[in-house]
Design a protein around this ligand. Structure first.
Ligand SMILES: Nc1ncnc2c1ncn2[C@@H]1O[C@H](COP(=O)(O)OP(=O)(O)OP(=O)(O)O)[C@@H](O)[C@H]1O
Ligand SMILES: [Mg+2]
Length: 240
């Protein structure tokens, strides 16, 4: 449990002259679900973009499985085994569910049999996708597209998955399904997860630890079960 998978150590990130992240430090250990909560514009997506090498920090280090990755280009970060499921469930709408899944394995050189096995694993986790494997991704419901985006991420057999607002714009009953699947991925496949969510209640409920980000600064962090009881957190993020 004490094995550190990811650590951000005092990173500063800018967009041009404007600083978006200030001295952010954060850890993810083996087996954990770690969440980042915070209001619009707090810097949650920017944190994930920095980990993915889409925005390099000006200061600080990002260490993944013992290796500094803060200067690596995105494709090398992907090679190291980090998968990013961005906001807005970006699937390829004009391609079938099956081909979307295959695209998730582009960084891998799977044999045909391995590809088939990875595909079956995703269909076990997401039976609805199996029923719809020949359907165009763009014709799936919002919830199904989110499931496809997650399944596609799993195709590369990741060592860490980062989800950015997986519940955004989904109906409450679908939101439950999405979070259940995230917990299953963590428990059954033993993949550590970094989760960004505006649905603070959900994030705190399913994660082991949580960081609160405000205006580019981490203001609070701790065990999610403690934070969910805290008056300050309840007032600011859980509607009192
Ligand atoms: N491409 C960009 N160019 C300039 N500024 C940006 C860019 N992307 C984000 N920012 C700014 O950086 C800050 C952090 O944005 P970020 O998208 O990380 O916030 P967020 O916490 O993900 O918000 P949301 O909950 O709305 O998704 C904001 O002030 C935003 O305006
Ligand atoms: Mg965001």
């Amino acid at each position: 449990m004490d094995n550190k998978i990811l650590s951000l150590n005092g990173i500063d990130v800018y967009y041009g002259e404007v600083q978006a992240l200030f001295d952010i430090s954060l850890d993810v250990y083996e087996g954990e679900i770690v969440s980042i909560i915070g209001s619009n514009g707090a810097g949650k997506t920017t944190t994930m973009r920095s980990i993915m090498g889409l925005r390099h920090p000006k200061k600080g280090t990002i260490v993944f499985n013992g290796e500094e990755i803060q200067k690596l280009p995105t494709h090398k970060v992907v090679d190291r085994g980090i998968v990013y499921v961005p906001e807005g469930r970006l699937v390829f709408p004009d391609l079938s569910v099956e081909v979307n899944l295959e695209m998730g394995a582009y960084s891998k050189s799977y044999s045909k049999a391995e590809m088939q096995q990875m595909m079956e694993e995703q269909y076990d986790l997401f039976p609805r996708l199996k029923e719809r494997k020949n359907q165009l991704a763009g014709s799936l419901s919002g919830g199904e597209q989110q499931m496809l985006a997650i399944a596609r991420g799993l195709m590369s057999d990741p060592k860490l998955i980062m989800f950015d607002e997986p519940s955004l714009g989904l109906a409450p009953v679908i939101v439950d399904d999405v979070f259940k699947v995230i917990v299953r991925i963590n428990k059954e496949k033993n993949i550590p997860i970094l989760l960004v969510e505006q649905n603070a209640y959900m994030a705190l409920s399913i994660s082991n630890r949580t960081y609160v980000l405000e205006n580019g600064v981490i203001t609070t962090s701790g065990k999610s079960s403690d934070l969910i009881e805290s008056d300050e957190i309840r007032k600011a993020y859980l509607g009192g």
